[in-house]
Design a binder for this molecule. Structure first.
Ligand code: PLP
Length: 402
């Protein structure tokens, strides 16, 4: 319990948590089942090349997404890049900057130019009202990002894409197990891309997937992810090696079995955080639109520095010193990162505002109710002591308010 500013770990006090509390601790599921799957793969000697575990994982992911096809990959970044070849994308691709840098990099790496669009200030997802003004003769696609598992405004983006003759894809890296209304994320646009990175709600160590209802498109993605190999085994085009391994599929299947339980546990923590932080002025737990189901993988709070007197970065520093390893998902916006900030500087006021406020806190099955209370107490204490904390440091606190 902190009584004075000197008790804060930032100023030399003992940290509130003996061990780091991380955001995105892996959801591993039942370890015995994982080992059984790994044993089976090792015994069979079939460790990669679209083996039985990958096929089973693809089938189950397609079911979760409510689509006919899933091509499992080694990660989501490569899966996004596969869309370029499979859809014949060229020129420019419109996307939000409020995303992980993998979204623009996945297009820039194969030579396309990401064009950043501002966001809806409420959800943080791409603002359809601002998309059309960015369409040029060079635009070939729109990529929406289901930020924190919240579905983009799918119908409006679909309408714009159809009317302007553009391809539409979704970066659903954070959207496994989420819905738009009662339709699962995964079935929108020409294809969607999931991530199964170790920190995601379903973990395959590293992994990704392209999910789609388009038969021909799925075939092209499948070929592109395996050196351009056709179903008959011949090489029909250029391609890369983006295959998922059997080890990753074993982990993915085991983690996927635990998905309903993981989501339920995340939801409990979300409600706990909302209750525990409700009385702190300037701290708001991001609200998810209850018309859509969320996996609650991300517990996002917004720090209004004008009210708290403490900038998000200062609060982050204080929390990290206490072993609460909060993360800024996503800050700064990708338009302010290299090479984009140098190549095509652009101002995105809503993105910059939100990116300056967000803080993701530890959540998930490994975070107890007592942990949530302790983290809320820390934030409450830091905000109450905000001006005093500021007067004691020359770091971000002094300059960052406002
Ligand atoms: C929105 C978004 N897109 C893409 C990615 C990249 O996923 P992966 O790590 O599987 O390549 C991530 C992962 O952090 C993400 O959050």
């Amino acid at each position: 319990m902190k009584r004075t500013v000197d008790d804060l770990a930032w100023f030399g006090g003992p940290p509130a948590f003996a061990q780091p509390m991380v955001v995105g601790r892996p959801n591993t599921g039942d370890r015995a089942r994982l080992y059984k799957r790994l044993d089976g793969a090792l015994d069979s000697g079939w460790l990669t090349h679209c083996g039985p575990l990958v096929r089973e994982f693809e089938q189950q992911v397609a079911e979760v997404a409510g689509v006919r096809h899933c091509v499992a990959t080694c990660n989501a970044t490569i899966a996004l890049s596969l869309l370029v070849q499979a859809a014949g994308l060229t020129g420019e691709v419109i996307m939000p900057a409020m995303t992980y840098v993998a979204t623009p990099h996945s297009m820039r790496y194969p030579g396309l130019r990401p064009v950043f669009c501002d966001i809806d200030p409420v959800t943080g997802c791409i603002d359809p009202d601002q998309v059309e003004a960015l369409v040029t003769a060079r635009t070939s696609a729109i990529i929406g990002v289901h930020l924190w598992g919240q579905a983009c405004d799918v119908p409006r983006l679909a309408e714009i894409a159809r009317r302007r003759g553009l391809a539409l894809f979704f970066d659903a890296a954070q959207g496994v197990g989420c819905t738009f209304g009662d339709r699962p994320i995964g079935g929108f646009g020409q294809a969607e891309v999931f991530s199964f990175h170790a920190t995601k709600v379903v973990n395959a160590f590293e992994g990704g997937a392209v999910v789609t209802d388009d038969d021909d498109f799925a075939e092209r993605v499948r070929a592109a992810h395996n050196f351009g190999r056709r179903a008959d085994g011949g090489i029909g085009s250029v391609g890369t090696n983006a295959k998922m391994t059997e080890g990753s599929a074993a982990m993915g299947l085991t983690s996927l079995e635990a998905l309903p339980e993981s989501v339920a546990q995340n939801r409990v923590r979300y409600d706990m955080y909302r209750a525990a932080l409700a009385d702190i002025p300037g701290i708001e737990v991001h609200r998810y639109d209850e018309r859509h189901r969320n996996n609650h993988q991300y517990l996002v709070v917004k720090v209004d520095a004008a009210v708290t007197g403490l900038h998000r970065d200062a609060l982050l520093d204080l929390l990290v010193a206490e072993n609460v390893m909060a993360q800024c998902y996503f800050s700064p916006g990708c338009h302010q990162l290299e090479p984009y900030v140098t190549e095509s500087p652009v101002s995105l006021p809503m993105t910059e505002r939100l990116a300056g406020q967000v803080l993701a806190l530890p959540t998930g099955p490994s975070v107890s109710g007592a942990d949530v209370s302790a983290i809320a107490d820390l934030i409450r204490f830091a905000v109450r002591q905000g001006p005093l904390v500021q007067s004691r440091t020359t770091r971000t606190l002094v300059t960052a308010v406002g």
